[in-house]
Design a protein around this ligand. Structure first.
Ligand code: ATP
Ligand code: MG
Length: 265
């Protein structure tokens, strides 16, 4: 298959990615030929009705799941050419993850949680790096605390620091603000946005929330496993407007009224 290897402007490139779950007469087509690219230093939000394939897209792009067919190029690595050991190494070194559930280890302190990926990779953080990252997420004062002593938003910021510590090519986030209240969500989204602006981090984030998606440079809409459109420089209003026109979605998600969208931002 033709893939444009070694491209310097894309962090990730998907070409005709198809994912079929199940066997024989019991199959689900989760992704049906998705091609797109995520440029370095860009922030993309992925939106779509429940079951449209958002998490599957993220998992395939991150090498956590294997597409049935198609190509995923992460930096200059073709994931379908790699075995499990190589994929594990690549994920550890080049990819950061942030999930709705923060997935912190309760017995470890903030600092230990943040440095865990490096220690798992047998590496030591460069001098001052952990302090810098904790400062970046506004948690320098909390480095010796354990997750249970932190608020939800603070715990998510620890998870973001843990994703940032390896300076990954991409951070994949699946509904990172799904468990947070509006104000805390806004802090976390501001932090993600800031890491794109200040360090050129690439971020791909799944969300159901038009306000969250408005922090991105681009919104990619999925429906039934296919791309159903995109919006550049989105606002919460333009996203909500697009959502109301995306067929089945109207019954699935009620976009907030325009007035509240404006206030939240
Ligand atoms: N392991 C699996 N086995 C079988 N089918 C699966 C599996 N994972 C996902 N699917 C199916 O693939 C489709 C896409 O699922 P996916 O989890 O990507 O949706 P999503 O857009 O993330 O939805 P949500 O917004 O509810 O999280 C769904 O129909 C789902 O039931
Ligand atoms: Mg999902």
């Amino acid at each position: 298959m033709y893939t444009d290897r070694g491209n310097t402007t894309d962090a990730v490139r998907l070409t005709a990615v198809r994912k079929v779950y199940g066997k024989r007469d019991n199959t689900v087509v989760a992704l049906d030929g998705v091609s797109t690219r995520f440029g370095r230093g860009t922030f993309t939000a992925i939106m779509g009705p429940s079951g449209s394939g958002k998490s599957t897209l993220l998992q395939c792009a991150a090498g956590l799941d294997h597409p049935t067919s198609g190509s995923v190029l992460l930096e200059d690595h073709e994931l379908s050419d790699m075995n499990e050991t190589q994929l594990t190494k690549l994920r550890r070194e080049r990819i950061g993850f942030v999930f709705q559930a923060f997935n912190l280890l309760p017995v470890l302190t903030v600092r230990q949680n943040v440095t865990l990926p490096l220690r798992l990779a047998g590496r030591k953080p460069a001098k001052g790096r952990v302090t810098d990252v904790l400062e970046q997420v506004g948690l320098s004062e909390r480095s010796k605390h354990r997750p249970a002593e932190l608020s939800g938003g603070q715990q998510q910021r620890v998870a973001i620091a843990r994703a940032l510590i390896c300076e990954p090519a991409v951070i994949f986030a699946d509904e990172p603000t799904g468990a947070l209240d509006t104000r805390t969500a806004r802090d976390v989204l501001g932090l993600l946005r800031q890491s794109v602006q200040t360090t050129g981090q690439t971020i791909v984030m799944v969300t159901h929330d038009p306000v969250a998606a408005s922090y991105a440079d681009r919104v990619l809409f999925l429906a039934d496993g296919r791309l159903a459109g995109e919006l550049f420089s989105p606002t919460a209003d333009s996203i909500a407007e697009r959502m109301t026109h995306l067929g089945a979605w109207a019954d699935d998600v009620s976009p907030p009224p325009a007035a509240t969208v404006g206030e939240l931002r």
